[in-house]
Write a protein that binds this ligand. Structure first.
Ligand code: FAD
Length: 502
């Protein structure tokens, strides 16, 4: 229906969007969330909401004929990926020329598919990345608030030491320590009490049944169980699902109008609507928010948007690699899908690396130690609006990851030396040891203080805000969702206090 109007619209339902919706709802502002993905609450044909990682079906990926898992092959064999029926599945892999980006689709955005690792960045690096943000405010107030509202908890160290499902992490942790590297536990939003019950056989297995990238059926406090549930609880927030925003424009009176396609489960547009609002919040993620803004600027709909929209993008230095352990160092046929241990070598100025020890939950012994390395890399890319396809194009080149691969390699070479081991070359295609062509942590495109003011207000317009990972300039040194949440909390506190009158 055209002519609909709500005081506030929020595009997307990931971390930044969920914070915006909750704080608006609490302030008494009627708010509608527009989310292109599904609500993941109803069980499918097999009684499960999400499909199994090891046996993916149509629920796994966003309109694909075949799954595209991060590990491409095993022993060079094409045994990982499966043909599937196109459907609005929960994980998407967005392909650009030389980089592809994993993102979540559905109510809760990335929280539905991510590893749940909830890491507060090092204060010194945070200050370097976002120097205009008052770090005292963040570390005293907004990081603790975000951590609390997200439901972050720590693994019990006795459980970690005894669990059958964490041998992979204990082995890799020991090897790091034998190399003189420091390890640290990583907090998570997965409920570790639930995990202990899974292992004891008193709760249905989820993390311990390899569930993660295509959704967890139990145990994980994704946003639909935290911020978004609270937002709905205010009575002022509604969520429209399978609603994909196409365009944004502004009326003469300063209000905004979005064009949104309501799609069905085949992807057909069943209705195209116009919805008006006073305050518009973009929380469609680094890729989604940047694309909507670039399209608006470069088609002339919002011509006064800053030249910095589209700039400052980076993959948070993400590199994956696997080591091949000796036969005497098995990593376990049983592996929890939730990582809990990391190698922290960020103080090594020559090669800053925070390397998470990741599972390979294949269900059989692989002798693999897998790592997601977050590295420091000064390289940045930008998006350009391509009128021919009406899409944003990312100009990241593969060779921009050279510094990241070098850092990850220098750390893992040291471990290989002490352990007398080598790399696995059979996992990522093309005989490569290092996966340098995809990422999980897209950051930037609408950088705080450049494309926006210091609180996410888009330059050139009033009542228009970016609230998600697009605000962070390409690198954070740790997994990003706690920071995205905390920054959104900080910005919303300011915006509610000064921009919103009810
Ligand atoms: P998102 O969470 O990406 O949410 C954006 C939402 O907007 C999505 O739901 C999307 O469907 C919707 N949307 C986009 N465009 C439109 C549109 N035009 N109209 C309507 N809706 C739209 N981070 C961590 O901190 N710890 C981890 O352990 C971790 N593991 C990860 C593992 C995987 C497999 C992946 C993919 C990511 C992982 N991340 C992790 C990254 C983390 O999930 C993201 O940084 C985070 O979700 C980004 O939050 P956001 O608010 O910027 O946007």
């Amino acid at each position: 229906t055209s002519g609909d109007f709500v005081p506030a619209l929020v595009i997307g339902s990931g971390y930044g969007a969920a914070v915006a919706a909750l704080r608006l709802g609490e302030a008494g502002v009627r708010t509608t969330i527009l989310e292109m993905g599904r609500l993941w609450h109803d069980p499918g044909h097999d009684g499960k909401i999400f499909c199994a990682t090891t046996n993916p079906d149509h629920r796994s990926m966003w309109f694909r004929h075949r799954t595209e898992a991060p590990l491409d092959t095993f022993l060079w064999l094409d045994v990982v990926n499966r043909p599937i029926k196109p459907y609005p599945g929960v994980l998407d892999r967005v392909h650009f020329d030389e980089m592809s980006v994993y993102v979540g689709r559905g109510v809760g955005g990335g929280s539905l598919v991510n590893g749940g690792m909830a890491v507060v960045p090092r204060r010194k690096y945070f200050q370097q990345v976002l120097p205009e943000v008052d770090a005292d405010d963040m570390y005293r107030k907004f990081f603790p608030l975000a951590t609390e509202c997200l439901g972050v908890n720590d693994i019990d160290t006795d459980y970690f030491t005894d669990s059958d499902y964490y041998e992979f992490a204990r082995v890799a942790g020991r090897q790091a320590e034998e190399t003189g590297l420091a390890t640290t536990f990583v907090p998570n939003v997965y409920d570790f009490d639930h995990m202990a019950r899974e292992e004891a056989g008193t709760a249905t297995k989820s993390a311990l049944a390899a569930e993660v990238i295509y959704g967890n059926n139990h145990g994980k406090r994704s946003l639909d169980h935290s911020y978004l549930a609270s937002a709905l609880g205010t009575g002022n927030v509604t969520i429209e699902t399978l609603h994909q925003v196409r365009d944004i424009r502004q009326n003469r009176d300063g209000s905004y109008v979005v064009t949104v396609d309501h799609i069905d489960e085949t992807g057909e547009v069943v209705e195209s609507k116009q919805i008006g609002c006073r305050h518009l919040f973009l929380g469609a993620g680094s890729l989604g928010t940047t694309e909507l803004l670039l399209r608006a600027r470069d088609t002339g709909a919002l011509p006064d948007l800053d030249a910095d929209v589209g700039q400052g993008w980076g993959p948070n230095g993400n590199i994956m690699a696997g080591r091949a352990n000796n036969a005497s160092q098995p990593t376990g046929a049983r592996q929890s899908a939730i990582p809990v241990l990391a190698i922290d070598d960020w103080d090594n100025e020559a090669a800053r690396v925070f390397a998470e020890i990741a599972p390979v939950p294949a269900g059989f012994e692989t002798w693999i130690s897998m790592y997601l390395a977050i590295t420091e890399n000064p390289e940045r890319a930008s998006f350009r609006y391509d009128p021919a396809t009406d899409r944003a194009v990312l100009d990241w080149r593969r060779d921009q990851n050279t510094p990241s691969v070098a850092s990850a390699k220098s750390l893992l070479d040291r471990i290989n030396e002490t352990q007398k081991t080598t790399y696995r070359h059979d996992l990522f295609g093309d005989d490569r040891a290092f996966a340098d062509d995809f990422c999980y942590h897209p950051l930037g495109g609408c950088v705080l203080g450049n494309a926006t003011d210091n609180y996410g207000r888009l330059k050139g317009y009033r009542n228009l805000y970016a609230t998600d990972g697009a605000l962070i300039p390409g690198s954070l040194g740790v997994n990003p969702f706690v920071t995205i949440t905390a920054l959104a909390e900080r910005n919303m506190a300011k915006i509610i206090a000064t921009d919103i009158t009810t």
